[in-house]
Design a protein around this ligand. Structure first.
Ligand SMILES: Nc1ncnc2c1ncn2[C@@H]1O[C@H](COP(=O)(O)OP(=O)(O)OP(=O)(O)O)[C@@H](O)[C@H]1O
Length: 771
């Protein structure tokens, strides 16, 4: 007997308009409801009248979905015997839309018959699915010898595709992509590049695309922000279009490419970037599934079934592969394996899961029923077959271990040492099972791994003054999109509210946050970057944001804590000065750290010289000398009262929050044990235990002890201080030149209600503007 079941709140929340009358009003006799004027008919999911949902505040690739749709007035029925669902609706999707809905290969993301769709979930269709329209490539796309399929004129009148080719004034925005011709790409890819307005390939794209298209394994090195994603993305799209033109993508259940990413944010960004190339409405592109932790695994597994490109972080990918559903078998057939940010992925920390994945991809034995059990195979100690791989392996990063670079460039001594260090990148590269004896090593930036538009500097300050100097730097670079890197989650948690109290809209990003909050922070930061809004333009992050993140218009990177390794310095700094833009990277360091910092930065700049047969010391000696930037101490000291107050307020709320959490935990534990819990008594006992951390605890207690009224008055005082303008229009250089009487200026400033001199904003004469 068919019964009705209401949508769970999750589904309802995903739709802007809820389905009507889900608990009644259906036409079934069981419910004895008056028949509607037009009877509802059972329809398949893809026959329903889905409409696009606009999501202004969400990431386009949220949870691996590239678009959401909604549907109204549908009754959902569950057959208790079979457990299958069916849908009753008066209206069906209009015919032309339906044609657009189905992909050429007839695949569907949500199983229509409900065979595998055992529960309700968000119903969404990736963008690639919805765009089966064709359109004319822009006028200047011509001359490709390797055409897979001639594009047809836009007979369906796809307004979207046509609109994408129009400039704001309605005229055709032509991008001359003739500089790509030497790469012999298909008209579809050329059209896509024109839509993206990429008029010419970047050096790494120019060098790597032909080798990848020719079937070689490639290890690619190019500086940060130089377009490495499309260096492998374009060949993947080319292969997809080639296979599609001969009908080989139809009905296949095996992905074409597998991409490994070290972080979740980067995985989502890679998907988004590839989507912009592959699903721009000009042709039907490949489906992309993003597998990352922190988001619904079932949903990702469902997407995986139809995916052409799989992008994943090692942990979640291995989890999915280990589920015995035949995922390993499917992934064993990928034609491309891409290891992005390879030196990070193949280093300690990610090592275990990456190695498991690599072993599983190369394992020959699979159960008779086609399913696989990775852990079982692992226990059996099955090892990968060597050098019989059909797939191409592509390895990319801006940084590689120096010894490895020399070897790849043919300068190193081959020897037994190759296998001696099991943790080394070299050893792991040997596990990648390249199809060729030696992959092609392409290094387009042998001279420097830093972006050409990057300027570097350091600010010297005591450890206890870092917050103050950070604030001063941020004020001096007001309205500049800034990424601040710290070495710990605690520091992000502390600095973010501190800056917020100071009236700056700082956002946090660290791995201790829930995944949705992480994505939201990146999304908000990206949006403000896009909209050029001055607010919310500071992201305080751990090194989870150091690699690969491509956020437009980030102009300043501040290293609040020194990076722990040279490669981290390169990647953090690489979040600015991307794609040929300018940007600055500033290190905050204590006087005792300056010498070490200079060595670290010189080492980074000396890498290439070392490749050219110098020793590290020789290279560093002739090397780069990072400049010290002066910030006028008078300005800093005038900012101090604000920072001190803001810190007290932030410490008070964080101590209270921490205490409440601990209290909840203790209360629960006491309840579980069936004993009484008195928080004051417990605290007194704790106070009795003196020892390490006693001072910190005392401070926490004091901060927690502040009353609401005390915090309120501090807030009022801070508000008052923030409303006063601080003159920062004078610099040390000015002072030493003796042209300005700063005391007089500051006095006038106070008396004149902030009308004298120059105020907060970009300052000239400090050396900072040269950065
Ligand atoms: N041919 C091109 N012309 C103009 N812009 C491009 C081109 N190719 C890529 N870009 C843009 O350059 C930016 C950086 O690209 P990408 O993220 O691939 O850099 P990357 O080399 O992978 O950097 P990282 O080492 O930091 O990961 C992106 O915003 C991308 O859209």
């Amino acid at each position: 007997m068919a019964t009705k079941r209401p949508l769970p709140s999750k589904v309802a929340a995903m739709k802007t308009k809820k389905r009507q009358r889900l608990d009644g009003g259906g036409p079934t006799a069981d419910h004895g409801v008056k028949p509607a004027k037009k009877a509802k008919t059972a329809r398949r999911v893809d026959e329903l009248a889905w409409k696009d949902v606009s999501m202004p505040d969400r990431m386009d690739d949220y949870e691996g979905f590239f678009g959401l749709e909604e549907v109204d007035d549908v009754d959902v029925l569950k057959d208790d015997t079979t457990g299958k669902f069916s849908f009753l609706s008066k209206v069906a999707r209009a015919a032309p839309e339906k044609a657009a809905e189905g992909s050429a290969d007839g695949k569907e993301v949500d199983d229509v018959d409900g065979d595998e769709w055992s529960g309700f979930d968000d119903v969404a269709v990736p963008e690639g699915k919805k765009r089966a329209t064709k359109s004319k490539p822009p006028a200047k796309v011509q001359g490709s010898k390797k055409a897979t399929k001639a594009p047809k004129p836009d007979i369906t009148g796809s307004a979207k595709a046509a609109f994408q080719q129009l400039g704001e004034d309605g005229t055709e925005a032509e991008t001359d992509v003739s500089a790509w011709r030497a790469l012999e790409l298909s008209p579809d890819t050329m059209a896509s590049l024109a839509t993206l307005k990429f008029s010419k390939p970047t050096p790494i794209q120019k060098a790597a695309v032909p080798d990848i298209l020719a079937g070689h394994d490639v290890v690619g090195k190019a500086s940060t922000g130089s377009g490495k994603t499309l260096a492998f993305g374009i060949p993947i799209l080319e292969r997809f279009l080639e296979l599609r033109s001969v009908g080989k993508t139809k009905g296949t259940k095996t992905p074409l490419a597998l991409l490994l990413s070290p972080t979740r944010e980067l995985a989502h960004q890679l998907s988004k970037h590839l989507t912009s190339l592959c699903s721009n409405g000009l042709f039907e592109g490949p489906l992309i599934a993003t597998l990352t932790g922190g988001l619904s695994m079932q949903k990702q597994q469902r997407l995986l079934k139809d995916a052409d490109i799989v992008v994943g972080t090692p942990g979640r990918l291995w989890e999915v592969m280990s589920d015995g559903q035949g995922t390993i078998k499917a992934l064993q057939q990928v034609q491309f394996l891409i290891v992005d940010e390879a030196d990070r992925l193949l280093s300690e920390g990610h090592f275990k899961e990456v190695e498991e994945i690599l072993n599983a991809l190369d394992r020959k034995e699979v159960d008779e029923d086609g399913a696989d059990d990775a852990s079982e195979a692992h226990q059996k100690g099955q090892s990968p077959s060597s050098h019989d791989s059909a797939r191409q392996t592509l390895v990319f990063s801006a940084t590689f271990d120096r010894g490895l670079q020399r070897k790849l460039a043919g300068k190193g001594k081959a020897g037994n040492d190759l296998m001696s260090n099991k943790e080394s990148l070299e050893y792991l590269l040997s596990k990648l099972n390249f199809r060729e004896e030696k992959p092609k090593f392409i290094d387009v930036n042998p001279v420097s791994q830093m972006a050409t538009g990057l300027k570097e500097g350091l600010v010297e300050c005591n450890g206890t003054e870092k917050d103050l100097y950070l604030y001063a730097l941020l004020l001096l670079h007001a309205n500049v999109r800034t990424l601040v890197f710290t070495n710990s989650i605690d520091a992000v948690r502390r600095i973010t509210p501190l800056l917020q109290n100071l009236g700056l809209s700082a956002l946090a990003l660290h791995s201790g946050m829930a995944q949705k909050a992480r994505l939201r922070s990146v999304e908000r930061f990206t949006q403000t970057a896009d909209s050029k809004k001055p607010s919310a333009s500071i992201l305080i992050a751990t090194d989870v944001a150091a690699r690969g993140l491509d956020i437009a218009n980030v102009q300043l990177v501040i290293h609040y804590h020194l990076p722990r390794a040279a490669d981290t310095y390169v990647h953090r700094s690489g979040r600015t000065a991307r794609a040929g833009q300018a940007g600055s990277s500033v290190l905050l360091c204590g006087p005792e750290e300056v010498a070490g910092v200079r060595r670290l930065v010189a080492k980074v700049h000396a890498q290439s010289a070392v490749q050219h047969d110098q020793t590290a010391n020789e290279a560093a000696k002739q090397g780069y000398y990072i400049r010290t930037l002066d910030i006028d101490r008078r300005i800093v000291s005038r900012l101090k009262p604000r920072v001190t107050l803001a810190k007290k307020i932030a410490d008070s709320s964080s101590a209270k929050e921490k205490h409440n959490k601990k209290d909840d935990f203790m209360r629960q534990a006491a309840e579980d044990l069936g004993v009484d819990y008195d928080s004051e008594e417990f605290e007194q006992q704790e106070r009795g235990h003196r020892g390490r951390g006693g001072g910190r605890k005392k401070k926490e207690r004091e901060a927690r002890g502040l009353t609401k009224a005390e915090v309120g008055s501090m807030r009022a005082e801070l508000k008052d201080l923030l409303s006063q303008r601080v003159n920062v229009g004078v610099s040390e250089k000015y002072l030493t030149a003796g042209r300005v009487d700063v005391d007089e200026l500051l006095r006038q400033q106070d008396e004149g209600g902030g009308k004298t001199g120059e105020f907060l904003g970009q300052v000239t004469g400090m050396g900072l503007e040269d950065l």
